[in-house]
Unconditional design. Sequence first.
Length: 266
Amino acid sequence: MKSALTDACTLRLNNFEGPFDLLFFLIEKNKIDIYDIPIFEITEQYMDYLAAMQELDLEIASEFLVMAATLLHIKSCMLLPKHDDTVAEELDPREELILKLVAYKKYKEFSQILKDRETAWGRVHYKLPEVIPSVQYDDELEVSPVILRQCMVEVLNRSRQRMNDVSRKMQRILDHERVSLKSKVREILGILAKGIRFCFSKVFSPLSRSRIEIATGFLALLEVVKMGQASVEQPVAFGDIYVTPEKTRKKRDNRKIEEERESDLV
């Protein structure tokens, strides 16, 4: 592999747009996989190019020196001994540089596409817009008063119908019932206080209750069960839900236990 010092005079070193441009040039020149950069060779060539630029009395921007320091830092990190292979694979010091090079490659390709489009469209000539004089007609339309009256009535009817639709929608919004969860919880607790077992679909029947009231009642039932005031049963899937007061259920369970004990004694 030739050193950069041997052909420094044949290269236009001052045409590199930045350190990534120079680094990307070295990767393409040596046909290196951008995801597996031999950091030792690239660092050596990069430093050779900077030395060549100094020999030709070219100004070296600070960003080139920052990249040189970065490469030397990565090189020193890779020279350190690795005690754990898994940690060494996860903490690759080249990873950040590789990501920046991949992003730079994308931007460079896109910039080349835009440059090609600029060259292609630079050969296109456009015709400036002309001012077209407006044509005015002084002819008067002959419309009978009857037709004008019919058009006016239709416009008024449409406007009135539109206003009625808006007012009906606003009235529905204003008349929308307000159902609170607390009121439904109190209603269910009032029924349970009587100590009776009831069917939810009978109390909150769709024939006498609205959909929002039924939904709120179901949420209230869940709150009551969560409070430990009642228990629910649904013998059949998607069937009626039966609500039993907690005290009534305990009495019924105690009665069954006593009946089983008596049968065992007999």
